[in-house]
Design a protein around this ligand. Structure first.
Ligand code: NPG
Length: 377
């Protein structure tokens, strides 16, 4: 149990799920595709003491991982929510245990756990950051920049984000869009904190190309190989000077233990959705801090719900590298919370109100909702 003081139990009376489609301010291209709209599932836990909010960060298609909207929607409504409603009172710390019989579907589990946790903490008037162990009031904000039309367009995009104050740049790469893109950014901006993210686009056959990246003094290369390529990542890590960071491969605390034991990762990206919840994310943080392995908080284009929770998580002491916790405006012209995250001197504030510390904008929520279903006891 990674939490110093557990939350009080709640009486869960129902759970509402909504599928939202929120337009992006500009298309976001990674090695696995281009998105114009963020499709996401918002969870509302209905308890006898009030409501709580969570977010299931699956996308429309199973491209980043095997999870996707309709799969998460089905498993949550058919299996997970009934299992939670089966027990009248439950502690947020019990949610993961109750959902453990259902294999995989970690993003769905994480969204449900967060909604129950938010409800419990709001009822206690306790901020999520304090509950998780946050030690900072603001977290340094990095930005993830998608693949652009060409290296010149990438330089222009990166320049805009640096002007806004982002303290670390991550660029997406894929085969054929790696060396020239990285060189262009280094040439234009000198020794800025820079890292690259391949989203599993390479194999060990690309070793020579990946080794060429060594000359750019990158903070790290993120997830060059496939999710289950731990041994290949260890082989690659021995051949590169650039630190290898794992994202997709780190699906649990156990996966992090294994990756570290194999030498497959010298840096770890923690995403609560990918690992099944914020409590598992704290456990991975604790593991890495104890082992002296740098960790940072990743992002999944969260709405104001997950963005608030990520800021709270990223404020834990072991997060020694800037994360992908950017301002809401990086992705959205309109958020579903009344006070979207903003960039202040390169940092995002950790909310201090009860629970997530943000309020839902009910009109925006309704405007983006394309499907809705409620399960009650
Ligand atoms: O700032 O929220 C953010 C986006 C950070 O690049 C980012 N996320 O592979 O890490 C990733 C990528 C991603 C986004 C992956 C959405 C999957 C879905």
């Amino acid at each position: 149990m990674p939490i110093a003081r557990p939350a009080a139990s709640v009486a869960l009376e129902g759970v509402e799920l909504r599928v939202l489609q929120i337009p992006l301010v500009s298309p976001f291209t990674t090695s696995f595709g281009t998105e114009h709209v963020r499709e996401v599932i918002v969870v509302r836990a209905l308890t006898s003491d009030g409501e709580g909010w969570g977010e299931i960060v699956t996308g429309a298609a199973p491209l980043y991982s095997s999870e996707y909207t309709q799969g998460a929607w089905d498993v949550a409504l058919r299996w997970m929510i009934p299992a939670l409603l089966d027990r009248y009172t439950l502690a947020p710390e019990d949610v993961a245990t109750m959902l453990r019989p259902f294999v995989g579907h970690r993003m769905a589990k994480a969204g449900l756990e967060l909604a129950v946790l938010d409800a419990a903490l709001r009822a206690e008037s306790r901020p999520l950051g304090e509950y998780l162990g946050a030690v900072r009031t603001h977290v340094p904000s990095g930005v993830s920049v998608g693949i652009q039309h060409d290296p010149a367009a990438l330089v222009e995009a990166v320049g805009g984000y640096l002007d806004e104050g982002y303290v670390r740049i991550k660029i997406k790469i894929k085969p054929g869009r790696d060396i020239a893109d990285t060189a262009a950014v280094r040439d234009a901006f000198g020794a800025i904190p820079l890292q690259v993210d391949a989203n599993s686009a390479y194999t060990l056959a690309d070793l020579d190309t990946l080794a060429e990246l060594d000359r750019f003094d990158l903070l790290l290369i993120e997830q060059p190989l496939q999710e289950d390529d731990l041994v290949d990542h260890a082989t690659l890590a021995r051949r590169l000077r650039t630190p290898v960071c794992l994202d997709e491969s780190i699906v649990s605390e156990k996966a992090a233990v294994d990756a570290m034991a194999l030498g497959a990762a010298s840096v770890i990206n923690v995403k609560a959705g990918r690992v099944g919840g914020y409590l598992e994310a704290v456990a991975i943080h604790d593991l890495c801090r104890d082992a002296g392995v740098p960790v940072w908080c990743g992002g999944m284009l969260e709405t104001g719900i997950g963005r608030a929770a990520n800021a709270a998580l990223a404020a834990l002491p072991g997060f020694t590298l800037p994360g992908d916790v950017s301002a809401a405006s990086r992705f959205y012209a309109r958020d579903i919370v009344t006070e979207p995250a903003v960039l202040e001197d390169g940092h995002v504030r950790v909310p201090t109100g009860p629970g997530l510390g943000v309020q839902i904008d009910p009109v925006a929520l309704d405007d983006f909702t394309i499907a809705r279903e409620t399960v009650r006891r």
